[in-house]
Write a protein that binds this ligand. Structure first.
Ligand SMILES: Nc1ncnc2c1ncn2[C@@H]1O[C@H](COP(=O)(O)OP(=O)(O)OP(=O)(O)O)[C@@H](O)[C@H]1O
Ligand SMILES: [Mg+2]
Length: 263
C-alpha cells in the first residue's frame, strides 16, 4: 500500500491514569487516509482507553491528538463526531427495544420538513427507514429487510452490522471499532469483516481493535501493537507473521519500533 506522508489522525504521548492504574503510558498512534489500522494487545494493554481518547469518551491526562497534522481537542463524543470520527465501542451501544432505523438515527433523528418538523419536532419515520435501508444496502447488509424490525430480534451479527452501518453512515473521516467480531460466529464475523472492507472502500480510514489474529491479518493494512499502555511496534501483515506479532504483543520478542510510513 502506498502510504501518504501526513497521518489523518495522530496521537502523541497519551497518558491516562485511573488512580494507581496507568491505562496509557505515553502511547502514540498514527492513522493514514484510506487504511485499516488494526490495534492488538493483551487484555488491559490500553487499547480501549486509547480509542476512547480518540473518540472523545475519555480525556487523556497528557499528550496531544492531531487531525490532518494540526492539534485538536476531542474532549467530548460530540467533538469527535463533529470532526468526522465515529466509534463502535466494545460494549455495543444499540438500543435493543428500538427498531433498526431509530438506532441508526439515534441522537440525529430526521424531522419532517417544514413547520411540522421545525416547530413540533415531528420525526420523519418514513424517511429514516428509507435512508436506513439505503445505508445498509450500500454496505451490502442484505440480510436485513425490514428497517422497522426491533434490534432485540436481530442476530448478534446483524446487530453488529447495524452498529457498523451507523458509524459508516455518519463518520465522514474515521470509523473506529472496538472488538467488532468478538461475540460473533464464523459466518457473522465474516460478514462484519466484509463490512469493514467496504467502509475502507468508501474512502474512510478505519481503526479496528481485535484479539482475533486471523481476522487482523485478513483485513489490516498495518498493525499497531499495544503493550502495557504503550505502542511497542507497528508492523504490516507482509513483513510480520502472526507468531511474531503475538510474541511482540506478549513481550516474548522485542523490536526496535519500525518506522512504517515515515518514509
Ligand atoms: N474507568 C476505569 N477505571 C479504572 N481503571 C480503568 C478504567 N478503564 C480502564 N481501566 C484500566 O486501564 C487498563 C487498560 O484498560 P483497557 O480497557 O484500555 O484495556 P484493553 O486493552 O482494551 O483490554 P481488553 O483487551 O481486555 O479489552 C486496565 O488495567 C483497566 O483495568
Ligand atoms: Mg478493550
Amino acid at each position: 500500500m502506498n502510504i501518504p506522508n501526513t497521518p489523518l489522525l495522530e496521537a502523541h504521548g497519551l497518558v491516562k491514569r485511573y488512580g494507581r492504574v496507568t491505562a496509557l503510558d505515553g502511547t502514540d498512534l498514527e492513522l493514514y487516509p484510506g487504511e485499516i489500522l488494526a490495534v492488538i494487545g493483551d487484555n488491559g494493554a490500553g487499547k480501549s482507553t486509547l480509542i476512547k481518547c480518540l473518540s472523545g469518551a475519555v480525556v487523556p491526562d497528557e499528550g496531544e491528538i492531531r487531525l490532518d497534522g494540526g492539534p485538536v481537542r476531542l474532549d467530548t463524543p460530540l467533538a469527535a463526531r463533529s470532526a468526522g470520527i465515529e466509534t463502535v465501542h466494545q460494549t455495543l451501544a444499540v438500543s435493543p427495544s428500538l427498531d433498526i432505523a431509530s438506532n441508526l438515527f439515534l441522537g440525529r433523528e430526521l424531522r419532517k420538513p417544514g413547520v411540522v418538523g421545525a416547530v413540533f419536532r415531528t420525526l420523519d419515520h418514513k424517511r429514516m427507514r428509507e435512508e436506513a435501508l439505503r445505508h445498509l444496502d450500500a454496505l451490502g447488509v442484505m440480510t436485513i429487510q425490514n428497517p422497522g424490525q426491533a434490534v432485540e430480534t436481530l442476530s448478534g451479527g446483524q446487530r453488529q452490522a447495524v452498529a457498523v452501518a451507523r458509524a459508516a453512515a455518519f463518520g465522514s473521516r474515521v470509523v473506529i471499532m472496538d472488538e467488532p467480531t468478538a461475540a460473533l460466529g464464523v459466518r457473522e464475523s465474516h460478514a462484519v469483516l466484509d463490512l469493514i472492507l467496504r467502509v475502507r472502500e468508501s474512502g474512510l480510514a478505519v481503526i479496528v481493535i481485535s484479539h482475533n489474529m486471523p481476522h487482523v491479518f485478513e483485513i489490516a493494512d498495518r498493525i499497531h501493537i499495544q503493550r502495557l499502555g504503550r505502542r511497542v511496534a507497528t508492523v504490516t501483515p507482509d513483513e510480520c507473521d502472526m507468531t511474531d506479532a503475538v510474541a511482540i504483543m506478549t513481550g516474548a520478542m522485542t523490536l526496535e519500533e519500525p518506522r512504517v510510513g515515515d518514509a
